[in-house]
Write a protein that binds this ligand. Sequence first.
Ligand code: ADP
Ligand code: MG
Length: 364
Amino acid sequence: MKHNKLITLALTLLLSTALLAGCGENSDPSKDSGTSSDKTASAHETVKPMGETFFIFDTVVNVKIYDDRANREHFNEIEALLNDIDGKISRTLESSEIYQVNSQSGKSPVKVSPETFELVEKALSYAKRTDGKFNPAIGNLVTLWNIGHEGAKVPDADLIEAAKALSDYHLIELNKDTHEIYLQKEGMAIDLGSIGKGYAADAIYEYLEAQDFSSAIIDLGGNIYAMGNKPGGKLWNIGIQDPDKERGNPIGTIQVADKTIVTSGIYERFFIEDGKLYQHILDPGTGYPVDNGISSVTVVTKHSTDADALSTTLFVLGIEDGLKFIEDTPDTEALFISKEKKLYATSGLKELLNKTNDSYTFAN
Ligand code: ADP
Ligand code: MG
């Protein structure tokens, strides 16, 4: 049943990708969201939000500001901010800093902006904490598998081996004094797909804060920041997507104020070959997509950059090690949803979750 739904979902995605082919890759709905932001927030409140949708980072970005002072200029500045970030950290934009770093691999260090440097530094800290299971040097494997893009199929084993051999994160050399990044082996490539959207969410948050806004929903394809409180001082209700259903069907909601909620799931980007689903988070140890019984992982915390890195990290670690890892991470809650419809949650998350779907049950 579950499987059938995934196949239906895959077909729907294939169809919509085909229909949208003329509109460019960014309109692909498969790139959208694991969690969904509160749609009713404004209905009963006096403040109407002002919102805008952007297509960037291969995803749909939606920002809603709940404040009468919000105007077009704010959204123009947010768009500029997003373009600036993409222009620095994109793996595929030839003008980006990360692209330069990758193309100079094995040749010379590349000086980057302090922001890019710090982001790579942060990604590396997660690589160290997970012994390389979270791995920003995974660029070659990501390119090879090409998951979430047209024509994705299981690559030849020797190509996987070759890409794996170029993904040792120990060979990312950082020079704190000069802000230079050097990839020691030619052909290596950094990929920040696991952390970039969270970073962008934090950047938008900081911008809004500097503009003196205190109530907003920032949603980058399921990477959500529920800023401040709802107008009227209430908590936000953020839906946790049912991994087996189409978007907009939550298993329940969590009530939060001023928190980020980030989900990594098998239903976001994947392809099916010979009846087997290949999702987009890769195990750097095997070079293949992780296949460990997890449907999705949601992380709730204060900083979206961390939440994004963590959702990917917990996914690769698996439920048991992931729960241990998260208990050692302060002020952070997590929810794992298994393919068996079991929920594994930190105690803090259990308190936040208002489960509305009885086919999902707590396993811990
Ligand atoms: P999404 O981008 O769909 O929200 P994630 O935040 O979980 O999902 O990031 C997944 C992306 O991270 C992949 O598309 C790929 O670019 C990159 N990636 C895949 N496997 C790993 C890994 N083991 N460690 C770090 N990054 C990874
Ligand atoms: Mg992530």
